[in-house]
Write a protein that binds this ligand. Structure first.
Ligand code: HEC
Ligand code: HEC
Length: 357
């Protein structure tokens, strides 16, 4: 009897699974049917709910996550901003965070790879700090798990700011205004921990979510052009971009090798796992219009070049991701994808340079 029951159990499970598969494929057919010749129909009355359908595929950017141990306050943000601009943070007092994360370049430096103190050249491209508050892992290889942890990295990095942390604390303690500002923000003395906390708090205010794309997601159908909407559908559909550029911040916080082989092993240095060779964290995609060149080594100058790279989908070694394959997009589709990527950029953020004490 028991055995008969368990046999039925399997039949039931299998029937259930088949039913699920039929339902899922029926639903996705509705989707793809709606998108046949989408570029002719978007915006026309023939398919009034295309916009609603597109919106279901994307998420709105929510509030910035803030760790309990480092709650936000105006005092911390003001102090963090000052530190971000202050060259005292580098060993020779010539380089500040702003040197590489410049306001007028959407917090990047416009170079392929960064240049730090005494003209020392780094290996990697400077990513924007904008929206980095949404990442679960920081740096191209994800070696830091919070902005607090990240902040001390560039200060001590010999190629970037080359500063001794005890020396920095001493230098700041010599400035009465800094003693006052740290006391106001933390009710405590100056310490490396508080320097990191203040920098992180400031970075959590550097958020971009006023882009044509975001306005569209909020319900403004006219915020995107027909071409951008076509690009949006390709991004979510046959372009396969959302496999990795997932969620509201366009990053799944995971690591992949997408065929840029330049002997920087990326994530491998952190995990020591063979399969992580050449893998980097999927970067967020807002403000790309201002953050060229692209990729961890700054090897691509334009978004057209980036899209061409994905369209070709060439595997350079055995570690290249299975989710990275030739796309066979037409020229028109590639141009639409580029247009969509550009719609993720808003007006450049402007912040006033603070007066350094
Ligand atoms: C010499 C140029 C340079 C300076 C100075 C510099 N950075 Fe960076 N920054 C970089 C580079 C290059 C990376 C990427 C490094 C990597 O991934 O290995 C980076 C990464 C970051 C990230 C991570 C972004 C992401 O996408 O994960 C943040 C946040 C950041 N920097 C903040 C700062 C702060 C705060 C300071 C000042 C204390 C600073 N940077 C100083 C070049 C610089
Ligand atoms: C397999 C995961 C994966 C897929 C699929 C994927 N990406 Fe990426 N993307 C990445 C990773 C990882 C990087 C960084 C790679 C590097 O620097 O070596 C990246 C980088 C980028 C960049 C450069 C961003 C910058 O700031 O430098 C753009 C733009 C981009 N991807 C757009 C797309 C588009 C458009 C698609 C779809 C056609 C797509 N990606 C599909 C993982 C992916």
């Amino acid at each position: 009897m028991k055995r008969i029951l368990s046999k039925y159990k399997y039949i039931l499970i299998i029937t259930g699974m088949v039913a699920c598969i039929i339902m899922v494929s029926a639903l996705s057919n509705i989707g793809s049917a709606a998108f046949k010749n989408i570029d002719n129909k978007i915006g026309s009355d023939a398919l009034p709910n295309v916009d609603d359908y597109l919106r279901t595929k994307f998420e709105k950017l929510g509030l910035v996550p803030v760790p309990v141990e480092n709650q936000m306050s105006e005092e911390k943000v003001e102090l963090g901003k000052m530190l971000f601009f202050d060259k005292r943070l580098s060993g020779n007092n010539e380089v500040s965070c702003i040197t590489c994360h410049a306001v007028d370049k959407a917090f990047t430096d416009g170079r392929a790879t960064a240049v730090g103190v005494k003209g020392r050249e780094g290996q990697r491209n400077t990513p924007t700090v904008l929206n980095s508050a949404y990442y679960e892992k920081l740096f191209w290889d994800g070696r830091a798990t919070s902005l607090e942890e990240q902040a001390l990295g560039p200060i001590t990095n010999p190629v970037e700011m080359d500063q001794d942390l005890d020396e920095l604390v001493k230098e700041l303690k010599d400035v009465p205004e800094y003693r006052r500002l740290f006391a106001n923000a933390f009710h405590d003395e100056i310490s490396t921990k508080h320097i990191a906390d203040a920098l992180a708090s400031f970075e959590r205010t550097l958020i971009v979510k006023d882009t044509p794309f975001d306005n569209y997601i909020q319900g403004d159908n006219k915020a995107l052009t027909t071409q951008e909407k076509l690009g949006m559908e390709i991004f979510a559909g046959k372009g396969n971009c959302m496999t990795c550029h997932a969620g509201a911040n366009f990053s799944d916080n995971d690591f992949d090798n997408i065929g840029i082989n330049n002997r920087d092993f990326g994530r491998f240095y952190v995990t020591d796992q063979e399969e992580d060779k050449g893998a980097f964290r999927s970067p967020q995609l807002r403000e790309l219009t201002y953050t060229a060149p692209y990729m961890h080594d700054g090897s691509m100058k334009t978004l057209e070049e980036v899209v061409k790279h994905y369209n070709e989908g060439k595997h350079v070694d055995q570690f290249t991701s299975e989710d990275f394959n030739p796309l066979n997009l037409s020229d028109k589709e590639q141009a639409a994808l580029v247009a969509f990527l550009k719609s993720l950029s808003g007006k450049p953020i402007k912040i006033e340079e603070p007066k350094i004490p």
